[in-house]
Design a protein around this ligand. Structure first.
Ligand SMILES: *Cc1c(COP(=O)(O)O)cnc(C)c1O
Length: 370
């Protein structure tokens, strides 16, 4: 064998320069590091209620069938989604989390020489999937921490192939007005796809007002992504879906793995979709928790970015990292967002009432000691 190359030089261009996604710290990791128990994790926008009873029962019922491959077309889950959202099943693509759909979009539609556009403070997966396929990222400065649609529209060029917009946005929680967004989507040239990432739409106060599904017919270049990871409480199972024109669904279907959703995930997601009580309880817990946390921030003299999601980013007016580390020592995991261009903020996922109070006490103690 000839002398070993530097393996990094062998990786394709985009991949060589990638910085891996930084996830919220796992509870077990902090337990190992500090020997703590009873850790409160408010770091990954997970559902604090635990999985719903119906989802758990569906998993139990599926266990004896695990020698079989899952339904690679996800017929049953797609049918349930189609019925709930009044779309045709051929408009739905299932993903291993909605993250997979973001990646499938990049693989199917982006390449070197083409551009993906997204906002400053946007979800960290957008730059990763863009770079991994060697496409260029156009990052548009935020407006009041959110997507600046006018600035984005002004930057669209012949090279722009995909625009990623999270609404509500993570990590800032900002929400665009539907009318503005609809106008933006309708104004895009035919060569430009728009991915509307609605991972948090179930939490939006006035979600009846969210009518992006109605735009699909007139906008065959629109892709709406949603997930079972947040409001439906199944982040560990990895199920997301997209709603689009049948043509886009067909293209995404060509690049996905044949069995990208496992059998437990398919069964649990379908059961979760039918569990209206769990969803209601989730939303009520979130509404109350958001109120409790923001009242707590106010009491500490802190400002925050008003959020439509199940998380809130608080402005500490000083570097967030040392506060994050001090909170870890008290058994609370939150999310630093310096890598999102927000070095003085920390993002807190809404927890149970007890978790929220535990966090607020830890934050007060920490701030009193710095
Ligand atoms: C959490 C999140 C997702 C969903 O991720 P999954 O892969 O479905 O778990 C997608 N987009 C945004 C903006 C998110 O915050």
């Amino acid at each position: 064998m000839s002398p070993v190359e530097n393996i990094y030089d062998l990786a394709v261009n985009g991949v060589r320069q990638l910085v891996p996604y930084v996830a919220g710290k796992p509870i077990e990791e902090l337990e190992r590091e500090l020997g703590l128990t009873d850790i409160v994790k408010l770091a990954s926008n997970e559902n604090p209620l635990g999985p719903g009873k119906k989802a758990l029962a569906a998993i139990q019922a599926t266990l004896p069938k695990l020698t079989l491959y899952p339904d690679g077309n996800g017929f049953s889950l797609k049918s349930a989604l189609a019925k709930k959202y009044k779309v045709n099943a051929d408009q739905i693509t299932l993903g291993n989390g909605s993250n997979e759909l973001l990646e499938l979009v990049a693989r199917a539609f982006l390449a070197p020489g083409l551009e993906a556009m997204f906002s400053e403070h946007a979800f960290a997966v957008y730059p990763i999937v863009t770079q991994a396929v060697g496409a260029t990222a156009a990052i548009i400065p935020a407006l009041h921490y959110g997507n600046d649609l006018a600035a984005m529209a002004a930057r669209v060029s012949a090279k722009t192939r995909v625009i990623f917009i999270a609404n509500p946005n993570n990590p800032t929680g900002t929400l665009l007005r539907q009318a503005d967004l609809q106008r933006f989507v309708s104004s895009l040239p035919g060569h430009c796809l728009c991915v509307l990432d609605e991972a948090y739409f179930e939490f939006v106060d006035n979600k009846e007002g969210i009518n992006s599904l109605d735009w699909l017919l007139a906008n065959p270049n629109l892709i709406i992504t949603r997930t079972f990871s947040k409001a439906y409480g199944l982040a560990g199972l990895r199920v997301g879906y997209s709603l689009s024109s049948p043509e886009i669904a067909d293209i995404l279907n060509r690049v996905r793995q044949p069995f990208n959703n496992n059998a437990l995930a398919l069964a649990a997601a379908e059961a979760a979709l039918a569990d209206g009580d769990y969803l209601q309880q989730t939303i009520a817990t979130n509404t109350q928790g958001m109120q409790d946390l923001t009242i707590g921030f106010k009491g500490l003299g802190l400002e925050w970015i008003p959020s439509a999601g199940n998380f809130v980013s608080v402005d500490l007016k000083r570097p967030g990292q040392p506060i994050y580390e001090a909170l870890l020592r008290l058994g609370v995991i939150v999310r630093p967002v310096a890598n999102y261009g927000l070095p003085n903020h920390l993002r807190i996922s809404i927890g149970t009432p007890a978790e929220n109070q535990f966090f607020l006490k830890a934050l007060a103690d920490t701030l009193a000691n710095v």
